[in-house]
Design a protein around this ligand. Structure first.
Ligand SMILES: NC(=O)c1ccc[n+]([C@@H]2O[C@H](COP(=O)([O-])OP(=O)(O)OC[C@H]3O[C@@H](n4cnc5c(N)ncnc54)[C@H](O)[C@@H]3O)[C@@H](O)[C@H]2O)c1
Length: 261
């Protein structure tokens, strides 16, 4: 028996990285999943690999309200309902705040923050109608502390925690739990763009990243996307049945404290 038998979960940004691992793990645990992304070829390939009976790909730009309506319609037509959402899609831009063009700031807000808001808005009624379920928002360790050079990103991730808390309070009467994940450094194309280089050896690029984080992170390595998927699974299945409105840091101990050794 799977932990998500009978569930139908939309995972945004599921063509690669953490979202891909979440979609694959959820399907392994019995869920039917909607793999949503703007990377159509990659997303469709992920859904195909998971299998037609378990997964559908849908083009969904999370910052576009129309796209959300279409994605929910695809989910309902294929699987009859929606009772789970992982708001995973996100983008990162590096810039000092005072050097950040307004267009760049607004694009990060549009995807990370508005995308999360629209996701909650689009699926809450459906999850309520299905008898309850879960929403997991993907924030970041930069939702818990500042980080120079990623101010726009950090601001949106702080905002996601506010959204998570309020949504948890407002949606509890409909049987919907809403929590947030705050990953530290995770080995995906976002933190490790060399993964996108077809010439690069994945084992070598991951080892280089582990070396970078060996001293920064108490557990001495970068996190793996499957480890974040495991947390998303916990927050989506009944194991977390009395938990809502909370941020969960998954960072190898990075935020535990400062170190001088
Ligand atoms: N990798 C890390 O170190 C790290 C740390 C903390 C938080 N996060 C967060 O985890 C989430 C997943 O990131 P990842 O590490 O897997 O990165 P990633 O770049 O590998 O994956 C992000 C996915 O989101 C998709 N996406 C981007 N814009 C979109 C849009 N407008 N609509 C729909 N999909 C869109 C991308 O196409 C991609 O498939 C993000 O929210 C990110 O901010 C990542």
């Amino acid at each position: 028996m799977g932990k998500l038998d009978g569930r139908v979960v939309v995972v945004t940004g599921a063509a690669r990285g953490q979202g891909e691992q979440e979609a694959r793990l959820f399907a392994e645990e019995g869920a039917r999943v909607v793999v949503a992304d703007v990377l159509d070829e990659q997303g469709a390939a992920v859904a195909k690999e998971i299998g037609e009976d378990r997964a559908r790909y849908v083009h969904l730009d999370v910052g576009r309200e129309d796209d959300w309506g279409a994605a929910v319609a695809v989910a309902k037509e294929a699987f009859g309902k929606v009772d789970g959402l992982v708001n995973n899609a996100g983008i990162l831009r590096f810039n000092a705040l005072v050097d950040t063009p307004l267009d760049e700031f607004m694009e990060v807000v549009r995807v990370n923050q508005v995308g999360c808001f629209l996701g909650v808005k689009a699926v809450a009624g459906e999850i309520g109608a299905a008898g309850g379920g879960t929403i997991v928002n993907t924030a970041s360790y930069t939702a818990m502390t500042g980080m120079a050079a990623v101010g726009t990103y950090a601001a949106t991730k702080h905002a996601i925690l506010g959204l998570t808390r309020v949504a948890a309070m407002e949606l509890a009467p409909s049987g919907i739990r809403v929590n947030a994940m705050c990953p530290g450094a995770i080995d995906t194309p976002m933190s490790n763009p060399s993964q996108l280089d077809p010439e690069a050896d994945p084992a070598e690029t991951s080892a280089a990243l582990d070396e970078l984080y060996r001293k920064l992170v108490p557990l001495g390595r970068v996190g793996r996307p499957r480890e974040v998927a495991d947390l998303a699974l916990f927050l989506t299945c009944a194991d977390s049945s009395y938990i809502t409105g909370q941020p969960f840091v998954i960072d190898g101990g990075w935020l535990a404290g400062v170190s001088v050794i």
